[in-house]
Design a binder for this molecule. Structure first.
Ligand code: FES
Ligand SMILES: [Fe+2]
Length: 347
């Protein structure tokens, strides 16, 4: 599987990046070191010293720089080497790759593609955990599976009634009805009502409105609102009015970053609307999310193992796979365009 390179990938949580402590991550197979400089700037460099290829993440942050602690070469935020102990000449090939990086919405976004194609506008319009509208808990999960299998899980909620009947209280109605999928320039939108459902908490059944955008390069932005049974019909089975009184309103943003071809890190937030929400409610949402996402993980990692044991085995799509098909069609097209424009740097 090839992934889009000209995109922003979540490399870390903002709050996990302590000043002066280098963090080793892997994104699209590239070893990357992320660190926060003394002035608070976030830097992402290839985690590979140009001298003898030791990881810079074992290095020492010094002001705005990082020093490789094997033989002491020092590197600046732009990747240039500024010091070679005992040697005046700094050769041009001492530079390491520097990745464009932006800290926004509580995440550290790393641009993995061509620097000529960097576009800040491509950071998805999520609501971050400190932005007030929702009380959002934060979680992450490491997967021994291809990132795209996690996308596919999130692009097809027909699994909810089978995988999450007790955690999310989901019923098999999820598989019996289909959302409306709308292609977006950089993703897919899914909207749906699920009628007369048990709630996540408590016992009041409700009509539930789910709307999400699944965006390049693997970002899910989901809003769920529940209403008294019968309201979906009253709203014409379409988008509920913004000012309609809801019972529960929750939000979550998910970012699935391919670490390698066969591993991924799944970052997510989840929680209730600040209007009526509480910190205890936020924690309950987060605990529920961890339980439910572990259920997904069991399936997806097992699925990944079977795929590895079955060279050449083909999938047999159903009508529930429409969102997956639309999204993969889009990413395949983008990967092809990257190749053709030769914007994709050599791996
Ligand atoms: S490997 Fe980094 S200084 Fe030698
Ligand atoms: Fe799931």
């Amino acid at each position: 599987m090839t992934y889009i390179r000209n995109a922003w990938y979540v490399g870390s949580w903002s709050h996990k990046l302590e000043a002066g402590v280098p963090l080793a991550v892997q994104i699209l197979n590239d070893p990357v070191v992320i660190f926060r400089t003394q002035s608070g700037k976030v830097v992402a460099l290839a985690d590979r010293c140009s001298h003898r290829l030791a990881p810079l993440s074992l290095g020492r942050c010094e002001g705005e720089s990082i020093r490789c602690m094997y033989h002491g070469l020092k590197f600046e935020g732009d990747g240039s080497c500024s010091e070679i102990p005992g040697q005046d000449l700094i050769p041009a090939n001492s530079r390491v790759r520097s990745y464009p990086v932006i800290e926004r919405h509580g995440w550290i976004w790393v641009w993995m593609g061509d620097t000529d194609a960097v576009d800040e506008e491509l950071i998805p319009p999520i609501i971050g955990p400190d932005e007030g509208t929702y009380l959002l808990g934060k979680g992450d999960i490491d997967y021994q599976a291809q990132a795209y299998l996690i996308w596919d899980n999130l692009l097809d909620f027909s699994h909810l009634g089978y995988v999450h009947p007790t955690s999310f209280n989901s019923t098999e109605t999820w598989g019996e009805t289909r959302p409306v999928f709308t292609p977006l320039p950089l993703g897919v939108r899914a909207d749906r009502w699920v009628l007369d459902q048990p709630p996540l908490f408590g016992d009041q059944r409700s009509d539930q409105w789910f709307t999400y955008d699944f965006l390049v390069p693997g970002i899910l932005i989901l809003t769920t609102k529940t209403f008294p049974v019968g309201k979906a019909e009253e709203f014409g089975m379409t988008t509920p009015p913004d000012d309609a009184a809801w019972i529960q309103n929750s939000y979550s943003a998910h970012a699935i970053t391919p670490l390698t071809d066969g591993t991924a890190r799944y970052f997510f937030t989840f929680g209730p609307h600040a209007d009526g929400g509480t910190e205890a409610g936020r924690d309950a949402f987060l605990e529920l999310a961890f339980t439910a996402f572990a259920e997904d993980q069991t399936f997806i990692e097992a699925q990944s193992r079977i795929i590895a044991q079955s060279p050449g085995a083909q999938i047999m799509p159903t009508s529930a796979d429409k969102g997956i098909t639309l999204f993969h069609r889009l990413t395949d097209k983008m990967i092809k365009a990257e190749r053709e424009s030769k914007l994709e740097p050599a791996a």
